[in-house]
Design a protein around this ligand. Structure first.
Ligand SMILES: [Fe+2]
Ligand SMILES: [Fe+2]
Length: 320
C-alpha cells in the first residue's frame, strides 16, 4: 500500500471510531475550506491544507511524499532520534523497513497537538457533562499546552528521518479513538460488582496481560478492589492529552462513578479523592498498543502484505 493511501485510510478509520458524527466532520471541513479560500498574505502562505480533509491535527505524515510503497512498518509508541537510528541500524543489518509508524506526535503533529483537544468536550458530553462546562474548563488548558509545546524543539525526529531517508507518519488521536471505542464497548457498557472485577476484565485483554507480566499492571489509583463502580467511563483515553482537573469535578457532578485512564495527573487524582470518583490507571503503553493494534488489524485486512516490527513500547496483538 502506498504511504498516502495508508495514512488516508487511518484518518477515515479514526473518524469512524470517533464520538463525533459525520455531520460534525462535514461542517469542520467546510469551515476549513472556507478559511483557506479567504486567507490572505502570510496567513494564506502558512495555511495548513491538511486540515481540509484530516481532522486530526496530531496525526500526519512527517516525512515522505506519500508515494512510497509501504510493506514493513517499524511501529513505536515514542519514536525519536534514537529510534530513527535504530531503524537505520536495523536496515544496515538487512532488515527491511519501509516506514516509521509513530504514536506520540512529533514534528508538526506535535506542534498542533492542542488543536486535537476539543474532542474531549464531546467525549465528556457522552458521559453527561454539559458542553458549555467542558469548553470553559478546556480553553485555559489548551492555551497552556500550546504555549508549553511552542517552546519545544519540535522537528528533531522529523529531521533525523529525513537525513536517514525513512518515511514516517504519526497516528495519535486516530488510534486513541479506536482504543476509546474498544473500552466503551468491552468495559464501560458491562456490569461489574466491584473494581476488582474490572481489573479481572482488563487482564483478559492480551496487551494488559503482557504488560502486567512485565510489572506494569492496571492500577486502582482511587477506590479499592471492593468499591462499587457506578457509571464507568473511559474519558481519559482520547483527546490529545490530559484535560484539566475541573473535568474530574464535572464528571463527578454528572454522575460518573469510575474513570478509566491511561495516565492520571496528581491534580486529577487529588480531585478524584475529594469527589469520591474511582480511578483505574490502565497501563499507558498497553492502552496505546491496543489502539494501534486495532488500526493495523484493519489495514492488514485490506493489504495482507503489511508487516510490523515492534519497538518502543508497542507489542503486536492480532484480533479477528
Ligand atoms: Fe495514546
Ligand atoms: Fe499515549
Amino acid at each position: 500500500m502506498k504511504l498516502e493511501k495508508m495514512f488516508k485510510r487511518a484518518v477515515e478509520l479514526g473518524m469512524q471510531a470517533d464520538v463525533r458524527d459525520k455531520k460534525y466532520f462535514d461542517r469542520y471541513f467546510k469551515k476549513q475550506k472556507e478559511a483557506m479560500k479567504n486567507a490572505k498574505g502570510w496567513r494564506k502562505d502558512i495555511f495548513d491544507e491538511e486540515r481540509t480533509w484530516n481532522p486530526y491535527s496530531d496525526s500526519r505524515i512527517i516525512n515522505g511524499s506519500g508515494k512510497e510503497e509501504v510493506k514493513v512498518l517499524m511501529v513505536g509508541i515514542d519514536i525519536e532520534t534514537p529510534e530513527v537510528l535504530l531503524a537505520d541500524r536495523l536496515r544496515e543489518k538487512g532488515q527491511k523497513i519501509d516506514c516509521l509508524f509513530i504514536h506520540h506526535p512529533e514534528g508538526r503533529a506535535l506542534a498542533d497537538l492542542e488543536k486535537s483537544m476539543p474532542l474531549q468536550v464531546d467525549v465528556l458530553a457522552k458521559a453527561g457533562v454539559p458542553v458549555n462546562h467542558s469548553e470553559g474548563h478546556l480553553k485555559p488548558r489548551m492555551d497552556k499546552i500550546w504555549r508549553s509545546i511552542h517552546a519545544d524543539n519540535l522537528f528533531r525526529t522529523e529531521r533525523a528521518a529525513e537525513l536517514m531517508d525513512i518515511p514516517a507518519f504519526c497516528c495519535h488521536t486516530i488510534t486513541d479513538n479506536l482504543v476509546w471505542a474498544f473500552m466503551e464497548k468491552h468495559i464501560c457498557s458491562k456490569n461489574f460488582e466491584d473494581l476488582s472485577e474490572i481489573i479481572d476484565a482488563l487482564m483478559k485483554i492480551p496487551e494488559y496481560e503482557y504488560y502486567a507480566k512485565k510489572g506494569n499492571p492496571p492500577l486502582i489509583v482511587n477506590g479499592s478492589p471492593t468499591s462499587r463502580p457506578g457509571k464507568i467511563v473511559a474519558t481519559e483515553f482520547t483527546g490529545g492529552t490530559n484535560g484539566p482537573e475541573q473535568q474530574l469535578v464535572a464528571q463527578s457532578k454528572a454522575g460518573v462513578g469510575t474513570i478509566l485512564s491511561m495516565h492520571v495527573t496528581e491534580k486529577t487524582l487529588d480531585a478524584a479523592k475529594e469527589h469520591h470518583v474511582n480511578m483505574i490507571q490502565c497501563s499507558h503503553m498497553a492502552s496505546d498498543a491496543i489502539g494501534i493494534n486495532l488500526l493495523i488489524d484493519k489495514l492488514q485486512k485490506e493489504d495482507k502484505g503489511i508487516k510490523t516490527i515492534d519497538t518502543s513500547g508497542f507489542i503486536r496483538v492480532k484480533r479477528k
